[in-house]
Design a protein around this ligand. Structure first.
Ligand SMILES: Cc1ncc(C[n+]2csc(CCOP(=O)(O)OP(=O)(O)O)c2C)c(N)n1
Ligand code: SF4
Length: 425
């Protein structure tokens, strides 16, 4: 079928301006010779939006006030194609989605917005919208709206719309709509109408032309001479994964087939980098590894925690629940994990000697991880952890440390000497 509408009788109340707009739209598109499937109509919530099933075009039904955003997505997504994108929206939807209209105008997206301005929220009983004129009576401003409505054309024009036009919704408006549809870039066509269901009822005897006259917002067309939106082509980047060199498994895994580990200390003290080094060492030992970092939104203060699972088998669930081992290097880490540690009936707790070990069923190992350099407390603790669990070999970790860039510019030799001075306890 080559006609835009698939039925003559549209589902609006008798005399509704939405009917005039739908028929004017169809006539304009047919005059332009557009095939219905070259047209994408995005409709908003409201009476105007029930047109979808009457259209032979593509249709998308949006959320209230968000149809512009849907239309913008389509306009950006099919930038190179010749489809005509038309958004139908009410004055209510335009109020809710005003910022979306301004953004689409600012970017000069290649789409036309048809504002069905019946000066109130029609579908829900005739409430005042942001476009309701001063003095216009609605179900929520029964004595007349106290404020002037937004001038949607002026706002869009100022925001950069290539074309903004306002017309009274009487007679044949297809030429006006056709001009909007022919624009390359963003066009907004405001059609002022009166809703027989509520607008006429509340404003008996008032003529549309007089109401428009009273607003001081004259019908007209305002243009900006601009290029339509073009996606800025960013610098081509390679994937972070592509930049990684594969880790070759050059060590054997330990005898522990699966361990869940929590490493926790203070922000800025190397918790996450230590966890990264352990993860690499575990992968080069042929293990599967998961690692999750958590810290407060204020990343520079408070706790920093890494939760890890190291396993001989693929890891389906990466939660640590009540972990097998907890490594605590500072008071922040202890405070953050105190209840988890309290729930441990078994497993191992490695804790810095500056801290009071909490009550727990875990076996406790106390060491002076922080005394020489707090920034390496977690790495030192990992060696302690590997000396009492057979998760992976300490050699695998040591080799990985050697090949890593140590934070804080400490040399590997210096680190090794600290490590060898770590007393057993
Ligand atoms: C986010 C959201 N708020 C409120 C509603 C309820 N609602 C449905 S239709 C409507 C009125 C629509 O008025 P308008 O956009 O002016 O379109 P008209 O019905 O006049 O064509 C409202 C408020 C909704 N569906 N979604
Ligand atoms: S309630 Fe008003 S806006 Fe809705 S269809 Fe009827 S006349 Fe049109």
């Amino acid at each position: 079928m080559n006609t835009i509408l698939n039925k003559a009788a549209l589902p609006y109340c008798k005399g509704c301006g939405h009917d005039l707009i739908a028929k004017g739209t169809a006539r304009a598109l047919e005059t332009m010779g557009l095939n219905p499937l070259d047209v994408i109509v995005v409709t908003d919530i409201g009476c105007h939006g029930i047109i979808d099933s009457c259209l032979n075009t593509h249709t998308i039904h949006g959320l209230h006030g968000r149809s512009i955003a849907f239309g913008a997505g389509v306009a950006i997504g099919i930038e190179e194609r010749q489809s005509k994108i038309i958004v139908f929206i009410g004055d209510g939807g335009s109020t809710i989605g005003l910022q979306h209209i301004l953004e689409a105008a600012r970017l000069n997206l290649n789409m036309t917005v048809v504002v069905h301005n019946n000066m109130l929220y029609g579908m829900t009983g005739g409430q005042t919208s942001g476009l309701t004129p001063a003095g216009f009576r609605t179900s929520t401003s029964i004595d007349g709206n106290a404020y002037a409505g937004y001038d949607i054309c002026a706002l869009s024009h100022l925001a950069g719309a290539a074309w903004a036009g306002r017309i009274a919704g009487t007679g044949d408006i297809s030429a006006f709509l056709g001009e909007a549809f022919a624009v390359s870039g963003f066009s907004i066509a405001e059609v002022i109408e009166i809703c027989p269901g509520y607008g006429v009822k509340f404003n008996k005897g008032r003529k549309l032309s007089e109401i428009i006259e009273g607003t001081g917002k004259k019908p007209g067309i305002w243009k900006n001479s601009r290029e339509q939106f073009k996606m800025v082509q960013g610098k081509k980047t390679t994937s972070l994964i592509d930049e990684q060199t594969a880790i070759v498994p050059d060590f054997k895994p330990g005898t522990e087939s699966r361990l869940s580990i929590v490493i926790s200390g203070s922000a800025g003290e190397g918790v996450q980098s230590a966890a990264g080094i352990l993860a690499n060492a575990a992968v080069r030992s042929g293990c599967h590894v998961t690692r999750k970092g958590s810290y407060p939104v204020t990343v520079g203060v408070g706790f920093s925690t890494a939760e890890m699972v190291i396993s001989h088998e693929p890891i389906v669930f990466h939660g640590t629940g009540v972990p097998d081992a907890v490594i605590i290097t500072s008071a922040d880490g202890l405070a953050h994990n105190i209840s988890t540690i309290g729930r441990m009936q078994k497993g191992k707790l490695f804790i810095d000697s500056s801290l009071e070990p909490p009550s727990t069923g875990a076996e406790i190992f106390v060491s002076d991880f922080r005394s020489m350099t707090p920034g390496y407390a977690c790495l030192l603790a990992l060696f302690k952890f590997l000396s009492v669990t057979n998760c992976i070999s300490p050699e695998a970790l040591l080799r990985t440390v050697k090949e890593s860039e140590l934070p804080g510019k400490i040399s590997f030799e210096r680190f090794s000497s600290i490590l060898s001075g770590l007393p057993d306890s």
